[in-house]
Design a protein around this ligand. Sequence first.
Ligand SMILES: [Zn+2]
Length: 136
Amino acid sequence: MINPDALAPLLEGDNAPHFKAAAEGRLSVPHCRDCDHHWFPAAHICPKCLGEAVDWVAVSGRATLWSWCEFHRPYFKSLRDKVPYVVVAVTLEEGPQLYGNLVDTAPADLKVGMALEAVFTPAGDAGMVNFRAAQP
Ligand SMILES: [Zn+2]
């Protein structure tokens, strides 16, 4: 969950490990020890095999661009000074799909399937996972 007034994730609930890891510069998602499946958002059982051997693990941060949207309207007051901004939908190398803000990359340079990499932005006690064009 996100606190819309602070633009920071709430460090509670099932996804808290993801945002705590992001504050430390790591991208972390749930992983099943039984079938090696990764997914996000969190679930207490593996969505692939329904196994309960679930750990949070660090993943590479390498991703490909699946789609994006440029927002021109601030849906929260705290976003008033941020528009326009771009939200990307990516597929991580390990499989999960995530959303994040586009940073350090011109929207005109986006192409479906291009290589992106995770970058981390402090947000209160948590961290946000955002994406930029993969650096050579
Ligand atoms: Zn599994």
